[in-house]
Design a protein around this ligand. Structure first.
Ligand code: ATP
Ligand code: MG
Length: 415
């Protein structure tokens, strides 16, 4: 038997309702904050991610699904959403749209990762991006919106961690200090870290190797090196969050896995699961880096698989309303079969979830099936009912049966 590729999952029809519930809840929240949905291609030119995500990141160095297409172009399955959104922003001239531009997406992502709990090779992210404002108010509004998602989904024990990773100006001073700290031990770091030492030493702080993590203890922190502008920005964010009663922790170790971040970065961590569910930050340099006008921006992405896993921990199985048929039309005999087919069609056209047998089941098997799928009403039609133009309709909740005329209009009145 051919099995699914490692790190992928089937979302079965028996569980997709949870996805739909969560996706609808999240998209309603985003819509109320003024976001509109964007959809970008599953694959992009590889260069977009090399430049956009950064070629010293784990994602680009180790995790991308990259191949040459038949025309010899290097193509990559998107490992994240922001680079594609920014490309679309530039390519479609969105800078002339009313600013800020707020877009959200729900898209599958592809990363060649070590598969483990909460880490797949095909996974899904809902993300949101605001382009066109450098104000700290964007940072605050986005963090509030993200925390609304957990509140609305009734997911407790989520901790908000924030940090500022400054701008290119303050980073230069910091990176020098960081290099001085690392240099004496550089030989003990892993090869990836060594290769990042000159080009992007901050990446070393994000290394997942145990030895490197140990060596990083006591490293200087960027917060001590912020320039005036970045410092004020971060103070404003913290002050406003405090004023609004949003709890947060400052974690100077958050550097984020993607290169494009500046200033505020944040993560919403599930304390029980021990993983980050939602992460994001400001990326003021990315639009320009990818060839657009200088445009400040901020965004986040949340892992849907992780969000659903945590949701399930705290919400009982029956919390999501399951769609069940309103009517099941059981039938015996050829004429009744034709009439039942016509009736379910009319009910469905009227917007009703109606079912009838299409497998040739006996009448008893039809009743059993109607029960199993949780039909609210069952109507039974045979030759007798057809000739009288009347049938019984049974309310499956209380077992009561009523007589109705055998047409869609009368059925609609009685269900
Ligand atoms: P980490 O440092 O843990 O690898 P990251 O920086 O790669 O995280 P992002 O790219 O910011 O993570 O992704 C945002 C969110 O998407 C994560 O917080 C997580 O919920 C989800 N996510 C990322 N990678 C995966 C994956 N391989 N499988 C499932 N979900 C993922
Ligand atoms: Mg990662």
């Amino acid at each position: 038997m051919i099995q699914k590729p490692k790190g992928t999952k089937d979302i079965l029809q028996t569980e997709s309702y949870k996805w739909q519930y969560i996706e609808n809840t999240v998209s309603n929240i985003l819509t109320n904050y003024g976001y509109k949905e964007i959809r970008t291609p599953v694959f992009e030119n590889t260069e977009l991610f090399q430049r956009g995500v950064g070629d010293t990141t784990d994602v680009v160095q180790k995790e991308m699904y990259t191949f040459d297409d038949k025309g010899g172009r290097s193509i990559t399955l998107r490992p994240e959403g922001t680079a594609g959104v920014v490309r679309a922003y530039i390519e479609n001239g969105m800078s002339s749209m009313p600013s800020p531009v707020k877009v959200w997406y729900n898209m599958a992502m592809y990363r060649y990762e070590n598969v483990q709990k909460g880490r797949l090779r095909e996974f899904h992210q809902i993300g949101a991006e605001v382009l066109g404002s450098s104000s700290y108010l964007v940072d605050v509004e986005t963090i509030i919106m993200a925390s609304d998602i957990f509140k609305k989904l009734n997911i407790p024990n989520i901790e908000l961690n924030i940090n500022s990773i400054g701008c290119p100006t303050c980073r230069e001073k910091y990176q020098n200090a960081l290099k001085e700290f690392i240099r004496p031990n550089l030989e003990k770091y892993c090869d990836t870290c060594k290769s990042r030492f000159e080009r992007n030493p901050m990446r070393i702080l994000d290394c997942k190797e145990k030895t490197c993590k140990e060596l990083n203890k006591g490293a200087p922190i960027i917060l001590d090196y912020l320039c005036e502008e970045c410092k004020t920005h971060f103070e404003n964010v913290k002050q406003m969050l405090t004023n609004l009663g949003i709890e947060y922790k400052i974690d100077p170790e958050i550097v984020r896995g993607l290169d494009y971040y500046t200033k505020t970065v944040f993560e919403f961590i599930s304390k029980n699961e021990g993983y980050t569910v939602l992460a994001g930050g400001r990326y003021d340099g990315l639009v320009k880096e990818l060839g657009g006008q200088d445009t400040p921006a901020l965004g986040f992405a949340m892992g849907l698989e992780r969000l659903i896993e945590t949701f399930e921990k705290y919400n009982a199985n029956n919390i999501i309303p399951v769609n069940k048929p309103q009517v099941y039309i059981a039938n015996i005999g050829d004429n009744a079969n034709v009439y039942a087919t016509k009736l379910v069609h009319e009910l469905r056209m009227a917007g009703i979830y109606a079912e009838k047998d299409i497998t040739g089941k006996s009448i008893n098997a039809q009743f059993k099936y109607a029960n199993k799928i949780g039909a609210k009403y069952v109507i039974t039609i045979g030759d007798d009912e057809l000739s009288k133009n009347e049938a019984g309709i049974k309310n499956m909740d209380n077992g009561e049966t009523k007589k109705i005329f055998l047409n869609a209009e009368d059925i609609l009145k009685n269900i």
